[in-house]
Each structure stands twice: as C-alpha cells, then as structure tokens.
Design a protein around this ligand. Sequence first.
Ligand code: TXA
Ligand code: MG
Length: 348
Amino acid sequence: MKTEYIERPDLLTEEGRRGIARAGKIIREGGLVVFPTETVFGLGGNGLDADAAAKIYAAKGRPSDNPLIIHIAKPSDAAEYTETNDLFDRLASRFMPGPLTVVLPAKPIVPKTVTAGLRTVAVRCPSHPIAHALIEAAGVPIAAPSANLSGSPSPTTFAHVRDDLDGRVDMILGGECEIGVESTIVRIDSPDSLTLLRPGGITPEELGAFARVTLSDAVLNKLKEGERVQSPGMKYKHYAPKTPLFLLKGDSEGRERFLANETGRFAVIAYTEELSVLGKHPENPVLFDLGSENDRAEQLHRLFYLLREADKTGCEKIYAALPGTEGLSLALYNRMIRAAAYRIIELN
Ligand code: TXA
Ligand code: MG
C-alpha cells in the first residue's frame, strides 16, 4: 500500500486542518493512521470496528492475544465504552488528558478483537493536540498500540515511524512526543486500590495520593515460564534493539573502570556527565547522550530514540547504566531491563 505522509501537521492552517479531517475519515472508514501522542506514536484504527483492529495486528506483526488501548477525546467518553467508577473519575480529573491508561470492565460495544477477548478494556485520553484533533475528526474512539513493529522500541520521531511502517498503513502524521515512553497503565481493583501494570510518565508516588498502589510483578521482574500475566503485553520480548544491550549495575566510577577495559566496536548510552571521560577511550566507542544523570524526564524522553539510533551504528554491543526504581526511574528501569533481555552486569 502507498502511505500518505503529513510530516508537520499544523492545526493553525486551513490546509493542516483539512489533512486531519482526511486522516479522521480514513480511520472512520476502516483504514490505519499513525499519529503522534505525548508518549509515543500510535498506530490507530477505528476502535469500534473489529476488522480495523485485525488490520492493526497485521500491520504491527503483533500476536492477537495482546489487547489494544482505546483513545478517547475527553475523559467522560470513557463511560460509553467501559464501566467507570468513582476512582476513575478522580484519576481522570487529575491526570487526563495525559499519559495515564486505565483498565476497566468493557461494555459490549467494544469488539473482542480490540480487547483480545478479555472482559476489560484499556482507555486513554491523550493530551497531544494532533491526537486529540484526530480522535475528534474520526468521530469514533481510536484503538492504537505503539506504532513500532512488534518487539522493537516504540517510535518517538517521524523518521523512526517511517522505518517501521512505511507501506503498511494508509497515512502517517508527524509530530513531537514529549514524554518518549508509553503511558502509565493502571487497573482499578477496588474503590481505593489499583495495580500498576506498566510504569510511565505518571509515577506510583503520584498515583498514591488517590489509592493504594500495588506494583504488578512483571514491572520489575522477569516472568517465569508459563506464569499468568495481568497484562498480556508483559510476556512478550519488548523494546529491544537488534544489537545486544547490557546494563551496568554500579556507580559511575565502576562503569568507567569496566568500560576502560572494554575492546572492540561498542556503543555507550551514557549520562552527559560521563561523555568527556568516555571520549578519551582508546577504542573510540560510539557515545550517545542520555541526558544529565539527575534528569530522569529527559532520559525517558531520549531512551527509545537512542536505542534505535544505537542500532544503526553497526556496533557489536550497547552499554548503559542500570537506573534505580524510584519516581520516574521506574519507567526507565522497566523499559531498559526488557530492552536488555535482562542482561545485567554487576560491577563491584
Ligand atoms: O502511551 C501509550 O499507551 C501508547 C500510545 C500510542 O497511546 N500505546 C501503547 O499501546 O503503548 P501498546 O499496545 O503498545 O501497549 C498497551 C499495553 C499492552 O502491553 C497490553 O497488553 C496492555 O496495554 N493492555 C491493553 N489492554 C489491556 C487490558 N484490558 N488489561 C491489561 N492490559 C492491557
Ligand atoms: Mg507497544
């Protein structure tokens, strides 16, 4: 299929708005449109059309037992597709529109292909203006997984989307993804408790002001063979560059010492503060700047972008520091251990 592109959709112009209207029509009529959100790019189709959902799975190469998030224009629309409750309303008034996805019991209007046969469905109200305009233009909720081929890091730039999905979707809209990793996903378990299924830009600490938060086991740990998962996506290999990534557990001196002895062609996704020392390495490693050591938001923003760029260097290995698990670091940790297929090197 020939993919139409709008690299810089602009809602301020008549032409830009016409483009979004066209994209909305494509969705409404069963086609696929990739669009930017504040987290990562989404691969969207009509969330009420079972065939559109099937097309999404095919375009991504995704197993059809991994359900999709439906994206809505305003929080109150959630009640059309799910059984909402008081805790949802309180979370929505604080965090929506924004990078929070909530899993709730699905109403029958939601196709089984979207929920992968589960009784629940995940809903999210994105804050990105293009995403918002597209949902409004479509006039239907938009089912959208991240716009990567299954297994790869989620795309956060127009060029990275094109690398994966050119020729597989009807249209690609460009734009900026401010956060850079996927939304925080929670499941509401009772009026005052929820389970964090996937960490993201909204932290457990922030959610803790609204309910008791339990971390799903799969957030921090590798699932055991055959273990039952609370969120189907967690059992799959994820976010992985093709080049093996290794995470270094230890402080900056430990990393320096370890990397000083490393030979061959390797890349390092390093903190800004480490670049000058690593730049003196005799093997001339390929250095990527993840951001300042204490700026977790910037690191999240750059992580998926850099994993994809590191893959293009032809290096044999990629090294990065293993982050902590407090606050925004939890989302980094969760993505990085999967991207590294749980390869962690303990430094002493
Ligand atoms: O930021 C995001 O959430 C992005 C943008 C495009 O909105 N979307 C995204 O979708 O990350 P996806 O499909 O790549 O990840 C959704 C995750 C999957 O791991 C899936 O298993 C889980 O959400 N999920 C979806 N519906 C669920 C449900 N009913 N119960 C539990 N987990 C669910
Ligand atoms: Mg994904």
